[in-house]
Design a protein around this ligand. Structure first.
Ligand SMILES: *Cc1c(COP(=O)(O)O)cnc(C)c1O
Length: 910
């Protein structure tokens, strides 16, 4: 049956007894954050001149920095010359740099307040920021005060700007510290799982750089993504308490505390029985959202944007009933529960679990963020109708979809707007980014769980759905099947669920995918009915991008320097205008340039080999003498069956077995080396803690490494290494070192991928499937410069169907590999250990089509070997041309597209 019932019907279906729910002992009003008094009433006029005289100044050279540094060591840290270790030096450096940032940040925010432009709010449950210090150094213009002209714009200086990294490095050197060691002290801000969270981090960087008035909103998890240890080849998760030594990059805003309520019931006057009328939600649990602000600097601009992360804290109210009955301990315990809301990040990538605490996190974050946004809007005293002209809110996946419902609730229940007027404002404000077509990743919430936590929001969702389905029914009368397919409420045989993606579509004015192929796929598969109803123009594509500041300049300083020299661009303008990279094509045949290019890569490969040695307890597995002729083949990303690390390791096994067979048949090692030249296969990535198959893949990789790396017969021709704890700071070392990287997802499953872009930007070539952004990367850099293979997404459905209906013969090479995986060659103490991986392919339908793509994968790997080992010049040319044409994938381009086509916002220059 199709649910066209309004929320009122629902209430009678699922009676909840208001009387059982305790009323809170104090009303909400006591907890509203104190508005900061306007400056006119706070500081007397006569005092202001004095304030201006004392205005804080940024430090502008190394010596001023040293002053600031020592100040912080001695006062902020209460340490001295005698007990300042690297960690203290890191903290003092960070706080000194932060001082400069905050001055610009204040100016930026004041500018936005006075000019009151349209603003963007980017809502993301994940921001995978990595480290902040090196990034801040890159963005810092140390000669700022002296060189800037009267407009305050520091862009048009004559002489090349000094590299602040060099200045600070020199200043630290004089103080007795190495910048390198100081940078190493910083823990990663790992507030995300993978690509989705890193995308949000690249976006805030680009929004700041592009002078877009934008804030990010997220959660300040006490524990970010777990730290991965590899013990006996298995992934072991340990807590990541990244705040252990405090965090120099955040500003705790105790003055911004927003009450957020949960549970309870809906109160409405007898006369107003319709759920469309204002109602009062009486919550039975209340926590405070406290703001923590992270300054986000732009590159070559004084613009510093804000990333606001919320942390849950108990309110100071307490349960008098419990207190009076002597149950003090229990009332304290209940208070402590508040903090659990932001305690940890859910460690699933592309998978939704449907846990209540997760929903609680989502509402906590949406409610606090919207309260903040609405409060800021109300200061402008504009009419509500102007809300969408002043504010664009971007939803990074469906995680913040509740913000749509919350805004409708605030407008109807608190601001007393008419339902339809409110809904018009809501739908013109929000837009939604989809990140996946995979069913298991689409968010759905059971009605009962949802209604218990958020009773008023459930009513509102029913009403949104009712009006929506009414419109659908009007346009397509009598198509009951369409109504049930398109309904926000899924009627399944077990329990009704809210389809969050559908709610996000209905509540937004634009929906985008993240690469062309993906944006087309969502229109023809999961959202096809919505295209039928709304027409195609609501669905757009914005291909993902990455920030070249972090992923080129910061991760690969040697390549950045070579590019800057070659382009005769000492100010590194190309980092803002990546189309300038095309100039590199002119040098593609220049032997000296090729040599320099190759030397940069060698330097980065040595840097990675050093890291691997360190992670391998000081044992070097890479043959240093032949490092330049060793192909570094890298696959680093979350471990997931759809990303097919299993196919990669099967390929490694194939190679190993083939080498062994040659040797057994009497071939000399030189012959083997000719067929299978030197290669290191490097893996890295975390598996979700509950994802059995992914964890088994990690174990298989480590078991294969154990056998292959310790087989003297193959000498050093093949090595395998799994890098534990893949994160942003590791990525910055790993990515610049790749000759080849693997982006080999089953066609149609990887929405975009962003590490593919990072690798190419660093001169690595790709072996990949025709999936996600690989398609557009190919278009940009040319099909001669990428190694594509495998079936196309349009054939996936049929191939899967074939696996279901009849068992097919596997390719002989794969069959042999699976035989060895199943017979315990790599797990002698537990021969059946890897059988589930084999069975998945042989007996359970091979959902990810490893058997269909294996042969072309192996053939393409052989082609890779040929070019790398027999035609290195050709390889270098491919590498140079790839970088020359990767400019499109700057997240600056991406943000400009969002700004123009979705947000309708303009940059605010100084
Ligand atoms: C870029 C990045 C990702 C995303 O990688 P994909 O290959 O696109 O899935 C994941 N983790 C980290 C640390 C990254 O920097």
């Amino acid at each position: 049956m199709v649910s066209t019932s309004t929320a009122n019907d629902m209430i009678t279906e699922e009676p909840s007894s208001p009387r059982q729910i305790p009323r809170l002992t104090r009303r909400l009003t006591g907890f509203l954050p104190n508005e900061i008094k306007s400056i006119d009433t706070m500081i007397p006029l006569k005092s202001r001149a004095l304030w201006n005289k004392h205005q804080v100044k940024k430090f502008t050279d190394g010596e001023d920095f040293q002053d600031r540094f020592i100040d912080h060591v001695e006062t902020t840290l209460a340490r001295s010359l005698y007990n300042c270790d690297d960690l203290a030096a890191y903290e003092a450096t960070s706080m000194s740099i932060r001082d400069n940032l905050i001055i610009d940040w204040n100016k930026t925010q004041q500018k936005f307040t006075t000019r009151d432009p349209k603003r963007v709010y980017y809502l993301s449950l994940e921001f995978l920021m990595g480290r902040a210090l090196d990034n801040a150094l890159i963005n810092m213009d140390i000669k700022d005060e002296e060189t800037k002209d009267s407009t305050g714009d520091s862009n048009n200086t004559e002489k090349p700007k000094e590299d602040s990294r060099k200045v600070i490095s020199g200043a630290l050197d004089e103080l007795g510290f190495k910048l390198e060691d100081v940078l190493e002290q910083e823990p990663d801000a790992g507030l995300g799982n993978g690509g989705l969270g890193r995308l949000a981090a690249c976006f805030v960087d680009s929004m700041a750089t592009e002078n877009i008035p934008a804030w990010g909103y997220g959660l300040r998890y006490q524990y970010g993504i777990f730290a991965q240890k590899i013990i006996d080849g298995y992934q072991v998760e340990t807590p990541d308490y990244w705040l252990n030594f405090g965090n120099a990059w955040e500003i705790e805003r105790n003055e911004v505390q927003i009450p957020v309520t949960f549970y309870g019931y809906v109160d409405r006057p007898e006369s107003k029985s319709s759920t469309l009328e204002p109602a009062q939600w009486i919550g039975s649990e209340r926590v405070l959202a406290v703001a923590y602000d992270f300054p986000v600097p732009g590159f070559k601009t004084n613009n510093v944007n804000n990333l606001r992360l919320w942390q849950a804290r108990p309110t100071t109210e307490f349960d008098f009933a419990k207190f009076n009955s002597g149950d003090y301990k229990n009332s304290v315990a209940q208070q402590q529960r508040a903090e659990s809301i932001t305690a940890c990040l859910y460690p699933n990538d592309n998978f939704e679990q449907g846990k209540e605490l997760r929903l609680k996190q989502q509402y906590f974050w949406c409610a606090a963020s919207l309260h903040d946004i609405v409060r800021r809007f109300k200061k402008s005293k504009r009419p509500w109708s102007e809300f969408p002209d002043q504010i664009a809110i971007q939803l990074n996946d469906t995680h913040p979809t509740l913000a749509i419902v919350e805004l409708q609730r605030v407008l109807v229940d608190s601001e007393k707007l008419d339902w339809h007027e409110a809904w018009d404002i809501v739908t013109h404000t929000f837009s939604y980014t989809n990140h996946t077509v995979m069913q298991e990743a689409l968010e759905k919430w059971p009605i009962s769980l949802f209604g218990h936590l958020l009773p008023r929001h459930l009513e509102i969702i029913y009403d949104i759905n009712w009006f929506f389905l009414k419109d659908v029914a009007k346009k397509f009368p009598k198509d009951m099947d369409l109504l049930s397919r398109i309904s926000i409420i899924e009627e399944s045989n077990s329990e009704r669920q809210i389809r969050m993606a559908f709610l996000a579509i209905v509540g937004s004015h634009k929906v985008n995918g993240v690469a062309e192929l993906h944006s087309e796929l969502i229109k023809t598969t999961i959202f096809a009915d919505f295209v039928k109803f709304y027409g195609p123009s609501k669905f757009v594509n914005v291909t993902n991008g990455i920030t070249p500041r972090r992923w080129l300049k910061q991760a690969n300083p040697k390549l950045a320097a070579l590019i800057s020299k070659t382009l005769n661009d000492p100010n590194e303008d190309y980092l803002l205008n990546m189309a300038n990279l095309t100039e590199l094509s002119k040098f593609v045949d220049n032997k000296d340039f090729q040599k320099e290019w190759d030397e940069v890569k060698l330097h980065n490969k040595i840097r990675l080999a050093d890291l691997i040695k360190k992670l391998n307890d000081g044992v070097d597995i890479i043959d240093r003498e032949h490092i330049n002729e060793t192909l570094f083949d890298i696959q680093v990303k979350r471990i997931h069956e759809y990303k097919r690390q299993q196919m990669n390791i099967f390929g490694v096994i194939y190679r190993y077995l083939a080498m062994k067979t040659m040797l057994e048949n009497g071939a000399a090692i030189e012959e083997v080396a000719k067929k299978f030249p030197r290669k290191v296969s490097i893996f890295g990535g975390k598996s979700a803690p509950g994802y059995y198959m992914a964890k088994l893949i990690i174990k298989l990789i480590n078991s294969v490494a154990e056998v292959v790396n310790n087989d003297p017969e193959i000498e050093d021709l093949l090595k395998v290494f799994f890098i534990p704890e893949y994160n942003v700071s590791k990525a910055e070392i790993i990515i610049p070192a790749s000759d080849l990287s693997e982006h080999i997802s089953t066609a149609g499953t990887e929405a975009s991928g962003t590490s593919n872009m990072k690798f190419v930007m660093n001169g690595g070539l790709i072996i990949g499937t025709v999936d996600g952004a690989n398609v557009e990367i190919t278009r940009e850099i040319g099909e001669d410069n990428i190694f594509l293979f495998g079936n196309l997404s349009e054939n996936v459905e049929e191939l899967r169907y074939n696996h279901q209906v009849h068992t097919q013969d596997l390719p002989a090479d794969l069959e042999k590999v699976l035989e060895y995986v199943a017979n315990g060659t790599f797990s002698p103490e537990n021969p059946n250990e890897f059988k589930p991986l084999v069975d998945g392919i042989k007996h359970h339908g091979d959902y990810y089509l490893v058997s269909d793509d294996f042969d072309s994968y192996i053939a393409t790997q052989e082609l890779v070997d040929q070019v790398f080992h027999e035609n290195k010049d050709e390889w270098l040319k491919k590498s140079i041309l790839s970088v020359a044409n990767i400019g499109f994938f700057s997240s600056d381009r991406c943000i400009e597209e969002y700004a123009d086509t979705i947000w309708n916002v303009e940059p605010v220059k100084n």
